[in-house]
Write a protein that binds this ligand. Structure first.
Ligand code: CP3
Length: 345
């Protein structure tokens, strides 16, 4: 099925485009009352993720309601630990919680490399439904967490300001840490390959907790495994978003990926000079800018677009959209990107 709007894919291929494509991390979710209505009909978030028809429905909502240039499959990065044998719960206003965590070799020996057709078939199934329903309107982004971020949740058992248990493990049990990181990596490669086989046009790796590691640990315990994933997924372009990994931006720029995501603390010209000209950059408006008035949102968005320049850029926020942002403010951001001066081709 040829895509009617392939702006995102043409940008990722490095082609000159008539305007900058735009989508938002966490666009499928709580900012939309329509999402909350679907979730309320089920027992909760985890059931929604595991019900392909409903996951497909909330994936397409932002395409219809916000006018973004890409859909991102509705799921969560924490389906990987669950498929490896460590289930999670999503607790309202607290976030994810793992009833069991990992702290010893015996714990790791009880886990397995995820078997996608047995334990994770619901995501590829949802992708097939989305592709059919989208009928080529926009491309579909698949995703997974980076091994380090997944490891951090499996050790810690929930979100944390410091992830000190997970960081401690890298110092006290480095071999065991590498064993678990390798199992997560293999599970993730299988999962992303299944997403691509089902129809994902692009995949994004979210390393949300990259920024809490010292640079050497980021390179040893995170980048190594992201590199393995990038080398294994050759079928579609990859985006790597390692939030806060400022000291390692040059190394991230050398990964075999097409796009590098940057957060709002990263200065755009600095990122471009460090990453070089061979990659597309994605980002990076401060998600809090969307609390401002329409006029100020427009101004901040134009400023961001001017900083990146007209090509090799995918407009996005510097992290996921905050759940209490009004959809009208999100639409203002999206419409401003679409109306930004037409580019000379
Ligand atoms: O981007 C999208 O629209 C696709 C869906 C998506 C979700 N989670 C749905 C979700 C994606 C891409 C994710 C990725 C994810 N999940 C990350 C990486 C991106 C990031 O924000 O750093 C992380 C760290 C997680 C783990 C996770 N899931 C946390 C920490 C939480 C609780 C905090 C929060 O934002 O609510 C979740 C819950 C979650 N994942 C929700 C959604 C829509 C909210 C749950 C609900 O519906 O109540």
């Amino acid at each position: 099925m040829p895509l009617k709007n392939d702006l995102l894919l043409r940008t990722i291929r490095g082609e000159k485009t008539e305007r900058t494509p735009v989508w938002l991390m966490r666009q499928a979710g709580r900012i939309l009352p329509e999402y909350r209505a679907v979730r309320a009909q089920l027992s909760g978030f985890v059931e929604l993720v595991k019900t392909p028809e409903r996951a497909a429905e909330v994936t397409i909502q932002p395409v219809d309601l916000l006018g973004v240039d890409a859909a991102i499959i509705f799921s969560d990065i924490l389906v990987i630990p669950e498929a490896m044998g460590l289930p999670y719960e999503m607790v309202e206003s607290r976030g994810p919680v793992f009833p069991r965590t990992v702290s010893s070799k015996a714990d790791i020996d009880r886990l397995k490399v995820a078997d996608i057709s047995d334990d994770l078939a619901y995501t590829p199934e949802a992708i097939k439904l989305v592709k059919k329903e989208l009928d080529g309107r926009v491309p579909l982004i698949g995703f997974a967490g980076a091994p380090w971020t997944i490891f951090a949740y499996m050790i810690e058992g929930s979100g944390s300001k410091t992830f000190s248990k997970a960081r401690a493990m890298l110092y006290t049990q480095p071999d065991l840490s590498r064993q678990l990181l390798s199992m997560i990596t293999e599970s993730t490669i299988r999962y992303l390959k299944a997403q691509v086989a089902a129809g994902a046009d692009v995949v994004q790796i979210f390393d949300s907790w990259a920024g809490i590691l010292p640079p050497l640990h980021f390179e040893h315990f995170s980048l190594t495994y992201i590199q393995q994933i990038c080398e294994a997924i050759t079928e579609v372009p990859i985006t790597v978003f390692a939030k806060g990994a400022y000291a390692s931006l040059a190394q991230i720029g050398r990964l075999p990926c097409a796009t590098v995501g940057i957060d709002w603390n990263t200065e755009v010209h600095h990122a471009r000079s460090v990453v070089g000209n061979n990659k597309v950059l994605q980002g990076n408006l401060d998600p809090a800018a969307l609390y401002a008035s329409f006029g100020d949102i427009k101004q901040a968005t134009h400023q961001m677009l001017d900083a990146f320049g007209p090509q090799q850029h995918i407009a996005n926020l510097g992290h996921g959209v905050y759940p209490d942002i009004s959809p009208d403010h999100v639409r203002c951001f999206i419409d401003t990107v679409k109306e930004h001066h037409t580019k000379p081709i």
